[in-house]
Design a protein around this ligand. Structure first.
Ligand code: NAD
Length: 267
């Protein structure tokens, strides 16, 4: 029998943490060896299987990464930016691999993660779904083929509890589109529109909707005076992200130090 990948989950009591737990417990190739969350989080002290609706499995959600990191090969985290960055340094110092799904990471956060990735493999992906990662591959082709003459806007819609806006996925889509046009996203991004603010040619507009329970829609619009293309990705369930996260955890074990993305995995 092939060895199972030993995983510790950070943010285990959260929306993604619970879905990830359920998905991992159903996968014979994964062994969840530990799980943590913030001391104040509801769910701490409970069995992960019970919390994920699958029945007790004998792993309790704790609050200390130090208690679980050594038994894991990979730490996976869906939590908050500052937490993920701090944990990345700690996980790397223990020589373990890490997968970070947390979004809202600033350039400074990414620089700190890159430093940690000099000693351990770390994968950062704002969207773990296969569909979005295939889309990220295709967008440069579409953008280059259309050229400069199209206005580009990115619209995303998420549940009311999402903290960061625009979403990490929207920013990643924008980064890829801007890159295909030979531009840096910060130089061309415009966030929301309000007041008297005519559109400037070459801008990439971002619009974020926060309502209800939507797990995530993203649309990239290319429009000129004659036509419009709209490319939409719609996630129907968090399971689609969790399945990608499981693939990423299996993929990263045994890799050398470095900063990886889901593009490396789907490639
Ligand atoms: P959530 O608020 O439901 O869960 C986050 C969990 O992290 C909470 O339980 C919180 O207590 C915990 N947490 C916060 N700080 C912590 C710390 N210092 N130590 C341990 N645990 C800590 O949010 P969510 O909807 O599960 O999303 C979590 C993150 O994952 C967000 O950044 C979200 O945008 C991102 N996300 C990424 C993907 C992807 O595919 N990459 C998909 C969905 C969500």
């Amino acid at each position: 029998m092939s060895e199972r990948t030993r995983v510790a989950i950070v943010g285990a009591a959260g929306r993604m943490g619970r879905m990830l737990t359920a998905t991992m417990l159903a996968d014979p190739g994964i062994q969840v060896v530990g799980a943590i969350d913030r001391a104040e989080a509801p769910g701490v002290g409970q069995d992960i299987g019970t919390l994920a609706g699958r029945g007790a499995v004998g792993v309790t959600i704790g609050t200390s990464l130090a208690d679980v990191v050594d038994s894991a090969q990979v730490v996976i985290e869906f939590s908050a930016p500052e937490a993920s960055v701090e944990h990345a340094g700690f996980v790397a110092s223990r020589g373990k691999a890490m997968v970070i799904g947390t979004t809202g990471l600033s350039e400074e956060h990414l620089a700190r993660i890159r430093t940690a990735a000099a000693t351990s493999p770390i994968l950062v992906a704002p969207n773990m779904s296969l569909g979005v990662n295939v889309l990220l591959r295709l967008l440069p082709q579409i953008t280059t083929a259309l050229g400069e003459g199209y206005d580009i806007e990115i619209v995303e819609s998420h549940h009311r509890g999402k903290k960061d806006a625009p979403s990490g996925t929207a920013l990643k889509l924008g980064e890829v589109v801007a890159g295909a046009l030979g531009k840096r996203l910060p130089d061309v991004a415009v966030h929301g529109r309000s007041g008297i603010q005519p559109r400037v040619s070459g801008e990439i507009g971002f619009h974020a909707i926060r309502a209800g329970a939507n797990v995530g829609d993203h649309t990239v619009i290319y429009s000129n005076e004659g036509e419009q293309i709209e490319i939409t990705h719609r996630a129907f369930s968090r399971e689609t992200f969790a399945l990608g996260a499981v693939t990423a955890c299996k993929w990263i074990v045994g890799r050398g130090p470095g900063l990886y993305s889901m593009q490396d995995v789907v490639g």
